[in-house]
Design a binder for this molecule. Structure first.
Ligand SMILES: [Zn+2]
Length: 133
């Protein structure tokens, strides 16, 4: 059984594999334990890897050295890349929470539901991230 099928079996969620990927959280593709896997939408998955790969190009010791941007946009480029990655991580963490819900460890705090085609049902209501009704 491959890790996608394993994820489906373990969580009981038969999601549409054309729309969703299963990501290896620690990026070790040999570690197919349920703890290391999370299902996320394909477009978020590719964003995650692109944004993450763009971060080190600034160098790990990069600092914002001045309030003035020296005319090259370096500060805003650096900060925007972190903000974008943070937004992406928040969405990934939501799907991690959903996995915990499927495994019976958390309530469905993001109120995520899937239809019979394995596609998430979106409500027009604003997402309730506090888990309150
Ligand atoms: Zn991945």
């Amino acid at each position: 059984m491959n890790y996608v099928e394993f994820y489906k079996e373990s969580t009981g969620l038969f999601f549409n594999s054309n729309v969703y990927d299963v990501h290896h959280i620690n990026e070790d593709r040999k570690d197919n334990s349920i703890k290391n896997l999370v299902m996320i939408p394909k477009y978020i998955h590719s964003q995650y890897h692109i944004l993450k790969n763009n971060l080190p190009s600034f160098g790990i010791n990069t600092k914002v050295v001045s309030l003035i941007d020296m005319g090259n946009g370096h500060n805003s480029l650096y900060i925007n890349s972190i903000v974008s990655f943070d937004e992406c991580l928040k969405i990934c963490n939501m799907w991690c929470d959903y996995k915990e819900f499927l495994l019976g460890r958390l309530p469905n705090i993001h109120r995520i539901y899937f239809d019979n085609n394995g596609i998430r049902i979106y409500s027009s209501e604003k997402e309730n991230i506090n888990g309150r009704t």
